[in-house]
Design a protein around this ligand. Sequence first.
Ligand SMILES: C[S@@+](CC[C@H](N)C(=O)[O-])C[C@H]1O[C@@H](n2cnc3c(N)ncnc32)[C@H](O)[C@@H]1O
Length: 261
Amino acid sequence: MYKMDEVKPAPANSTAPTTPGARVEPAQDQKAAANAVREMFSSIAPRYDLLNHVLSLNVDRYWWWRTARRFRHIARRADASVLDLCCGTGDMTLALYRQAGPGGASIVGADFAHPMLCRATQKSAGLPIQWVEADALQMPFADGRFNLVTSAFGFRNLANYDAGLREIHRVLATDGEVAILDFGEPTGLTGKLYRFYFRRVLPTIGSMLSGTKGPYAYLPASVARFPKPQEMLSRMKAAGFRQVNYMPYTFGVAGVYWGKK
Ligand SMILES: C[S@@+](CC[C@H](N)C(=O)[O-])C[C@H]1O[C@@H](n2cnc3c(N)ncnc32)[C@H](O)[C@@H]1O
């Protein structure tokens, strides 16, 4: 776990257009990048779940469960409202729903890729989960609406990380919590093996199974581009979060950032 005093300030050029968010080649500006991300996830939606489970060797289920369990003190509250942002086909949302149990928090999943949300709707048939088609950078929710906002493997894809953090902060109630689960880059021998898998094996298998090359070349590039833990924590602080922290999962292959409004 990272301690607060290890958090370094964000680089002076943190608002420079080259640093703050995802880019899908050849998209250059934020709008084009966001459109390219939406099209990419829309195109792989039918095979997204299968690919996820195969490529992560099913560890993804454990990461969703572990993150949802960490925040069950909020999910279990009948008066709480929980948002799973960039929910995709809804696995993190469903993990939160299971932690909430009967009579727990009301749960909303939001994403801007319509075909991903269609899959989420099918998977949650009969469950009281609300699905909303929305852009994470401009959410249709009132200030202070949620007690917990999570995002699993989605935040990294935003075209502007600082704007994303500010928007999450806006929709959180005072004392509300944020949890951002995403890939990391392990170090040492694990890191070497992982990088070989992530940059060579995964794009090859992913492209074969999905029939499209782009998304699985984009994935390692987007992880390499994502701020390292200390920088991410300082960006969270700059967006107004307190008690920010990071917990690596599975040798740092993934990890969760959290903080309080
Ligand atoms: C890698 S998927 C993760 C889905 C799901 N949370 C999971 O853990 O499997 C990333 C998701 O983020 C969504 N996304 C990316 N940028 C977004 C934005 N600006 N607004 C809303 N959703 C966004 C994509 O549409 C996609 O469904």
